[in-house]
Design a binder for this molecule. Structure first.
Ligand SMILES: CC(C)(COP(=O)(O)OP(=O)(O)OC[C@H]1O[C@@H](n2cnc3c(N)ncnc32)[C@H](O)[C@@H]1OP(=O)(O)O)[C@@H](O)C(=O)NCCC(=O)NCCS
Length: 187
């Protein structure tokens, strides 16, 4: 989208962080657990003042279309968290543009890989409600999507499922871990 401008934020004043939190809340509020509470979403945005975090925003004019964050855990691996696009902008390529912008930042910083967690809180996967704890890796071999889920979005962008945190959001609600190599060469 030619009219969307991507920008890494340096000045994180209270007004901008509140705006970011509200976008996070609007993007996630229909999900049962993730930031369905406005105050919790704004609190999460304010954590991005920490030195180990970065934010890239997608602006359309003065409007905030979405944003992506990263937690720079180590020089080798960053966590993509969170990614949120305003519902009115869904399906227009903003999410893809934000992920690609973060990947460019990571590549410039010499980061080897990006990972993320994406939860199934709604029954979009066949492992929802299933006790995967006895052998999560075996359960993941049979992972299937039953309806739209960000796993499919990230897979289109080259991320692969590399693990799961069983029951991360409650019994039978797992957090699926995905990763993508960023550095040009493998080991
Ligand atoms: C998931 C999300 C970030 C996608 O952003 P978006 O701007 O709507 O996505 P894009 O338009 O860039 O989509 C890129 C591709 O992924 C596909 N896609 C997007 N969301 C998808 C989903 N939930 N399930 C399956 N495919 C999806 C699009 O159809 C498109 O496919 P195409 O390239 O073949 O046309 C956005 O829907 C969102 O903010 N959702 C709520 C918050 C959330 O779930 N965040 C991720 C938590 S880990």
């Amino acid at each position: 989208m030619a009219d969307v401008r991507l920008q890494r934020l340096a000045d994180l004043d209270d007004a901008m962080l509140t705006r970011l939190g509200e976008t996070l809340w609007r993007a996630m509020k229909d999900l049962p657990k993730s930031y369905s509470n406005r105050d919790a979403a704004i609190e999460e945005a304010f954590r991005f003042r920490d030195d180990d975090r970065l934010i890239i925003v997608a602006m359309q004019g003065d409007e905030l279309a979405g944003w992506i964050g990263a937690i720079m855990h180590t020089p080798h691996m960053w966590e993509l968290h969170p990614l949120c696009v305003e519902p009115a902008h869904h399906g227009r390529g903003v999410g893809r543009m934000l992920v690609e912008a973060l990947e460019r930042e990571a590549a410039d910083a010499g980061v080897g890989a990006i990972w993320l967690g994406t939860e199934d809180e709604t029954g979009a996967t066949n492992l929802f409600g299933v006790d995967i704890m006895p052998d999560p890796l075996m359960a993941l071999q049979g992972l299937e999507l039953k309806s739209r889920h960000p796993i499919a979005f990230y897979a289109k962008l080259g991320y692969v499922v590399c693990g799961a945190l069983p029951d991360a959001s409650g019994p039978g609600m797992h957090d699926f871990l995905m990763a993508k190599r960023i550095a040009a060469t493998a080991v």
